[in-house]
Design a protein around this ligand. Structure first.
Ligand SMILES: Nc1ncnc2c1ncn2[C@@H]1O[C@H](COP(=O)(O)OP(=O)(O)OP(=O)(O)O)[C@@H](O)[C@H]1O
Length: 366
């Protein structure tokens, strides 16, 4: 588990959150609450590090017959340079739709609102990814300012071209440099993902799963994007390869990139994330520092706690019931029908406060 990093987004909802149990000594022998307050003070001075600020991001799909799917509702989060935010939640909760919205890759039946401000590289202003037209997104954003590490490298790589040729083609498309410079840039990108130079002339089918993932990550890094979106980058990999893949992604964040890791793999999130955002039925219900979320204090939203308790190496106790249909969301808290803490109050929607959207958040565990 990584130590909390000082690059936490300044406007993160949990900035005002009550940190760990008061007075409990942390690893350095200093009470954890004092350490966290000190960290918050440091991060508050780093507003210039924010790479992405998302406010009120909402995606609704229109279906035939007038029905609608509320895939993402009112998502708010910030992501800073050097930071990894893990977006976790059960299948179908809206994680990939959120990422597609940021990349302008939603289908025609999607209606989007809110803002997603991607800071300009010079720190002066930014681009609203939700308002930008397709030409802007294609020419200046995708690949250049936002890199996508795909879910399935096998599907992402062209089967009939060598890795080198795909890397060089991407360099040409993004930079238009000379053939010689292209070769050097492609080799450098491969090197950054530890893709072996003597495999560059191989075709995707000649690569192991791990090397295919590295090749796909190298493609995502060529444009030197400051924001990396990794959408389920470890699907289908064995544990060892999962660890290696996410460790590599962490290194790219450590190099100063902002990393949004979309995953249902909580162990992967625990391994590399600085903060964790939990989605349920299209809403972010909790954002917490990873060390608190996975540590003794634990998450505060009952759903987030249920997710952790369902892990085989924890209580191995599944959350009863099923998530609601996104075509038929209740007016109040969507988790209430499954929640052990629900009361009549939960018939109204809880607004996020101190990083948790719940009328009855759990107290941190001692
Ligand atoms: N084009 C579309 N039209 C209608 N509904 C859609 C469309 N694309 C996605 N959805 C719905 O949006 C919801 C969120 O899907 P999404 O793929 O974001 O979930 P997810 O959390 O990424 O799940 P997984 O972990 O399985 O990828 C799902 O109910 C899905 O059926």
């Amino acid at each position: 588990m990584n130590a909390p990093r000082a690059s936490q987004a300044p406007n993160a909802p949990e900035a005002a959150d009550a940190p760990g149990a008061p007075g409990v000594p942390g690893a350095l022998g200093v009470p954890e609450d004092r350490l966290l307050r000190a960290l918050d003070a440091v991060t508050a001075e780093r507003a210039e590090d924010a790479v992405l600020s998302v406010r009120g991001l909402t995606v609704r799909f229109r279906l035939r017959g007038g029905r609608t799917v509320d895939a993402v509702s009112d998502a708010d989060f910030d992501l800073a340079a050097g930071e990894c935010l893990a977006l976790v939640g059960e299948s179908g909760c809206g994680k990939s739709v959120l990422a597609s919205a940021l990349l302008g890759l939603l289908p025609g039946n999607a209606e989007t609102s809110g803002t997603a401000l991607l800071a300009d590289p010079d720190g002066q202003g930014g681009t609203d990814l939700l308002a930008a037209d397709e030409k802007t997104l294609a020419r200046t954003v995708r690949g250049r300012r936002v890199g996508l590490v795909p879910q399935s490298p096998a599907a992402h790589l062209t089967p009939v071209r060598t890795v080198r040729s795909q890397l060089e083609e991407t360099v040409r498309a993004l930079t238009g440099t000379s053939r010689r410079a292209r070769r050097a840039t492609a080799e450098e990108a491969a090197g950054r993902t530890a893709f072996p130079a003597d495999h560059l002339d191989r075709y995707p089918h000649e690569l192991s799963g791990g090397l295919a993932q590295r090749a796909a990550t190298a493609l995502a890094l060529i444009g030197d994007a400051r924001l990396l979106l990794a959408d389920e980058p470890t699907t289908g990999l064995d544990r060892d390869l999962v660890d290696r893949t996410v460790d590599e992604l962490r290194r790219h964040a450590d190099d100063g990139r902002a990393l949004l890791l979309i995953t249902h793999d909580l162990a992967a999130a625990e391994r590399i994330a600085d903060r964790v955002a939990v989605m349920y039925a299209g809403r972010i219900v909790e954002i917490a520092p990873a060390h608190r979320f996975f540590g003794p204090a634990g998450p505060r939203h009952p759903y987030a706690r249920g997710l952790l308790d369902a892990l085989p190496d924890r209580a191995f106790a599944p959350i009863p019931g099923m998530p609601p249909e996104l075509t038929d969301l209740p007016g109040g808290c969507a988790f209430a029908p499954r929640c052990p803490r629900a009361t009549d109050l939960c018939a109204t929607r809880p607004e996020p406060a101190a990083g948790v959207a719940c009328h009855h958040p759990e107290h941190p565990r001692a």
